[in-house]
Design a protein around this ligand. Structure first.
Ligand code: KIV
Length: 277
């Protein structure tokens, strides 16, 4: 029997009852199925797919078409998790009309349940416009990888009192604009805890300590499928890369030796039929 689909009220109820919310990225049908079957509350089709799946050196080049393509595959693998599509760089910054129309594509074409976008208080009008169109928005503050150049690199945000105040202000403005959830990336745990207490909506941390209402990690980091670098906040629960490499070299060696395929992998026909070929 199909499990019940997770809803916005389920997520809010978890915060209200002090139960942790789980979020995991997924980018295709098989990873979405595994995450969904593990009972994870929300799947984020993150623009991190640009790095961990498409091999770009950052999330900046990711396009709307790439995001829609991957979100569609995720949708086909999910029966229960709440799906959030990540709006790529420059799909929501050029104007409210552009932002609403691209957010709409995530819902209509890719069948996501909500969208996520990066940025602080300056993004409040964008969040307000998308929510007004009937699309739930998850905000994303702290380290915002799409605009990391403006932040002078991939650095922890809110480490001094002034920039911490800015994060707190952003969180409040985005909640007031109608965001239903707040991802907080790479901010000190004390700042994340303060925001989590201040906000009515759930907060989801990545490198933001354990006081957040929930946590998110990138799938490929958690299972050891991204080897270029590992951020400090990642816990690798399993390291699949060496296992996969070992399987591939066994396959190569068995094909080269003629040990694969075996009789059990082979289709046969009668010698009488073969004689007529
Ligand atoms: O793109 C992504 O995967 C994200 C998470 C790291 C929060 O934005």
């Amino acid at each position: 029997m199909d499990k019940k689909k997770v809803t916005l009220s389920d997520l809010q109820r978890k915060k209200d009852q002090g139960r942790k919310i789980t979020m995991m990225t997924a980018y295709d049908y098989p990873s979405a199925r595994l995450v969904d079957e593990a009972g994870i509350d929300t799947i984020l089709v993150g623009d991190s797919l640009g790095m961990v799946v498409l091999g770009y050196d950052s999330t900046v080049p990711v396009t709307m078409e790439e995001m829609i393509h991957h979100c569609k595959a995720v949708y086909r693998g999910v029966s229960s998790s709440f799906i959030i599509g990540d709006m790529p760089f420059m799909s929501y910054q050029a104007g409210l009309e552009q932002a609403v129309s691209n957010a709409g594509r995530f819902i209509k074409e890719a069948r996501c349940d909500a969208v996520k976008l990066e940025g602080g208080s300056e993004m409040a009008p964008v969040v307000r416009a998308i929510v007004k169109a009937g699309i739930p928005v998850c905000a994303h503050i702290g380290l915002t990888p799409q605009t990391a150049t403006m932040l002078s690199g991939f650095k922890v945000q809110g480490k001094d009192a002034e920039s911490a105040r800015m994060q707190v202000r952003s969180a409040k403005d985005l909640e007031d604009a109608g965001a239903f959830m707040m991802v907080m990336e790479c901010i000190p745990d004390l700042v994340a805890a303060r925001i989590t207490r201040d906000l009515r909506i759930p907060t989801i941390g990545i490198g933001a300590g354990r006081e957040c209402d929930g946590q998110v990690l990138v799938y490929h980091d958690l299972v050891g499928l991204f080897e270029r670098f590992t951020p400090k906040f990642v816990r690798q629960y399993v390291n699949l890369s060496p296992l996969i490499k070992e399987a591939l070299s066994q396959y190569k060696s068995e094909v080269e030796k003629g040990a694969f395929p075996g009789r059990e992998h082979t289709f046969s026909m009668t010698p009488e039929e073969a004689a007529k070929i």
